[in-house]
Structure formats: C-alpha cells, structure tokens
Ligand binder design. Structure first.
Ligand SMILES: [Ca+2]
Length: 473
C-alpha cells in the first residue's frame, strides 16, 4: 500500500505542498496521521515525514517542508530489506543524508518550542447560531478537541444581535458541540462605549436611514426574557460563567502572560474596556487577530462608510488599534474575495453523515442557493480570521499599515459625521514623534482553496466533538 505517514510534533497542523504542482496535499492533523496516497501522487512510496512546527507555522516552515520533500524526491526508501533487494542509485544515499540533515536542523531549531502547549485563545464574538460567528464556534470547538488550540472561553458583546440573545445562542452552541464543561461563555458589554442605540437613532436622523447591515440596531433592545431559541432549542443545562467577559479577559492574560491570543470577531467593546480597566494586560497579550475594518474597500454597515464590527463601536476600535499589541487584521478587503459559493455550500450541506451543524448550515443557507434569486451574497468573514490565527500562511498578501478610525468629522458640526466608523489607513506612521498610532499586519488576500479545505473539514466533523488522545470525554 502506498501511504505517507505524517508526524507533526508541534501544536498546529501543517500544510504540506506538493512541490511541483504547488497544490496542498492535504490538511494535516496536528499529530500523527496516515494518508493513503492515491493515483494522484504516484511518486510516494511508504515514507515517513516528520514535521516539526512551533506555536504558529510560518512561511519559512512550509518552505522548509517543501525543500525537504524536494530533496527526498518524494520516493525515499527507508526499508533496508528493500534497499538490499533493489540497490539504490547513487543519488538515494545522498537524498537520505539530506533528509536526515534537514530533520536534524528542524529538530535543533525547534526542540524547545516543540514542547509548547497549544496556543491559548479567547474568542470575543457577537455570536449567532450558524452565521459566521456560529461557524467559528463550531470550528474552534473542533480545533480545541484536536488539541490545535486551547480555547479558554467565549466573551460576548452586543453586535450582530443584542447581547443576551447572543449569549443564549452561544450557550446552546457549546452544549451542542459537547464542550460546555470545558469552555465557558462569559457575558460582555450590552452597549458600545458611545455608539449606543440612541446614538444610532441620532445618526439616522443626521445622515438618513440605513442602506446596509446594522446588526442589533435593526430593532430596539428587546425584553431580555423574550429570547428566540435556535432551531434545536435552548441550552438545556448550560449557564453563563460567573466571571464577566472583561474580568475574564484580564484574569486570563495575567494567568498566562504572553500566551493568550484574542480572536476579535465582534465590536471591540469588551477588549477596550479590559484595556482601560487594567492597562497592564496590554504588553502581556500575545496577539490579537481581528476580522474588522475596511482599508480600501467600501464598508458594509449602515451607510457603507465603515465595516460592521468597527462601525458598531468605533471608539472601542480606536482604543484597541492604537495599542502596540501585535495585530493581525483581516478586513473586508480580504473577506470580500471569499464569498460563500454554491460548491462550498453543497460540500457542507450535503455532507454524509450529516450532523446537527451541517443541518443548521443547510437550513440557514438554502435560500441563497435555490432556484430563487439570493437575497444577497453571503460571506464567511470571521471564519477567515480564525483560519489566519491557526495558520498565518493562509495569508498570501499581507502588508504593514497604520490604521486609525474616524470617530469625528469636524465639518459635520456634530458629535460624529457620516464617515463615523470608517477605517483610516496610513502607509507610515503619521505621528512618529508621538507614536499615537500603531502598526498592524493587514491581510489583503488568502490562499482560498487551502482555506476552504480547512473550513469545510471543520464544519463537517462529528458533533459532538471527539477529543483526541482521550479514551473518554
Ligand atoms: Ca462577528
């Protein structure tokens, strides 16, 4: 049998690219995995490849693996018996020595990092059952079960929906995925710092009614006792964590200094309040990975000046953007290039065996892919940010940009203007002597086929999740 045995010692999966075709061979699980090699890869014999990676795989790592595969010519002969029966040509021993050398180098370089645990991740999300936030919830639960990430918790501010509805939907999601005893849901901010519902009504009065998405502000705050259940019902036994979102963020970062990644896929209210309440956390955050902002693309919220997450709470976005924390930002400029296609939809909706996640997905997106014209083009915004957190090499075009956000337009003679919430990019620091702004790494394009493979795989895995390396959950 032809097969390729991949053994990854690190915490993240690796993308193995076939050298000559430049295509992704497969999505590789974080630890050992056997791949049966079909006719597409006739050059593989039974081979062992050790992939050494560390906290986050990098382009260099992928390049090293490519070089490794190239040197091996993809047909190393590891069996002594085979070598005796079929004497190697002169290049084979050379290839094996090169393989050994490369593996040794990778081991030496990464030996300490290989002992590292999965990266700790807080997901700050304006949750919904199976929109992009709900998809991130399901995907992150699978990654947590695989040991790819250590999911510390969900923190919930208002955004797509009013907070209490989001909390209700997230409680059901952790219960549905079977992680409710391990990953808690922390209640966050009900209102943005300044841009609350009355401020939004003022915005409408000044600049006209919404022509695009406004999330929770499509309707006044409902009675918190009148929550809408997901199609599969409310959570049966899961309740919110006692610790609120802001304190949870602060405590987690102090508990794990320089280890915590925040996946910021919602208005930034919780994160900004945490930074203002305890600024000492700022230098201790490993990285924030955002879905947010529009750099050169038009917006998608209210009057299309800004992107929804940052438009909903521009002041909070400004607080967070101006910190020196390492920032990896996936704006609309990138997510606009990855619409949800019928092919991707069908891979999930029609997957067998089906799961409650694939059923919810099918139910939610069926109106977009039937015979009737779709109501609008659906996107999968936040899932791309999760992908880039787990595998930054998905990003194929990333640039250093200093970002700020419009919170005041002087000519408007009001507390805010029609560009409220619009991202302002600078290619260099406009105030270098002060350092009021901070640079970010902004992603403009990704390897879409590789990302979609990751996306479909995680959304079609068994539900509840199956924890690897454990006999019983
Ligand atoms: Ca979101």
């Amino acid at each position: 049998m032809r097969e390729l045995i991949i053994y990854s010692t690190g915490n993240f999966p690796a993308i193995i690219k076939e050298v000559n075709r430049g295509q992704n061979l497969d999505w590789i699980a974080p630890r050992s995995k056997r791949l049966k090699i079909d006719r597409r890869y006739p050059r593989y014999r039974t081979s062992v490849i050790i992939v050494i990676n560390w906290c986050l795989p990098s382009t260099n790592l992928v390049a090293s693996i490519e070089y490794f595969l190239y040197q091996a010519h993809l047909t190393p002969r590891f069996s002594r018996k085979r070598e005796q029966r079929q004497p190697p040509q002169g290049s084979t021993n050379m290839n094996l020595r090169r393989i050994a050398t490369i593996v040794l180098v990778l081991l030496v370089v990464n030996v300490t990092a290989c002992l590292a645990r999965p990266p700790k991740v807080i997901i700050d999300t304006d949750f919904n059952t199976i929109g992009d936030d709900g998809q991130v919830g399901a995907m992150a639960a699978q990654l947590h079960a695989q040991g790819v990430i250590d999911l510390l918790g969900f923190t919930i501010p208002s955004g797509n929906q009013w907070r209490d509805q989001e909390v209700s939907d997230c409680l059901k999601a952790v219960e549905r995925m079977g992680i409710e005893n391990r990953v808690k849901v922390h209640v966050g901010s009900q209102y943005p710092l300044l841009h609350d519902y009355k401020a939004y009504l003022c915005e409408e009065q000044l600049f006209g009614p919404a022509i695009d998405y406004v999330g929770a502000y499509a309707a006044p705050q409902p009675d918190p006792n009148h929550l809408v259940p997901p199609p599969d019902g409310f959570a049966a036994h899961t309740r919110p964590a006692k610790e609120d979102a802001v304190d949870f963020i602060i405590q987690s970062i102090h508990r794990y200094p320089n280890e915590v990644f925040i996946l910021a896929i919602a208005p930034l209210t919780n994160i900004a309040i945490a930074m203002r309440k305890d600024p000492s956390i700022i230098p201790l955050i490993k990285q924030i990975v955002f879905m947010g902002g529009q750099v050169y693309a038009p917006g998608n919220a209210y009057n299309d000046a800004g992107e929804f997450n940052w438009w909903f709470d521009p002041e909070a976005a400004q607080v967070v953007l101006r910190t020196s924390i390492p920032k990896f930002i996936v704006p609309l400029d990138c997510t606009n290039t990855v619409p949800l296609t019928k092919d991707t939809y069908q891979q999930i909706a029609d997957h067998q065996p089906s799961t409650i996640v694939t059923e919810l997905y099918k139910q939610n997106f069926a109106p977009f892919f039937g015979s009737a014209p779709p109501p609008y083009v659906p996107y999968i915004y936040d899932t791309i940010a999760l992908g880039c957190l787990v595998n930054p090499s998905f990003a194929t075009d990333s640039r250093t940009v200093w970002l700020d956000i419009d919170t005041v337009t002087a000519s408007a003679n009001t507390t805010f203007g029609s560009n409220y919430g619009k991202t302002i990019p600078y290619s260099s620091d406009p105030y270098p002597s002060i350092g009021v702004l901070a640079k970010s790494t902004v992603v403009f394009a990704i390897d879409t086929p590789a990302f979609l493979k990751f996306y479909v795989d995680l959304l079609t895995r068994p539900v509840p999740v199956k924890f690897e390396h454990e006999s019983e959950d």
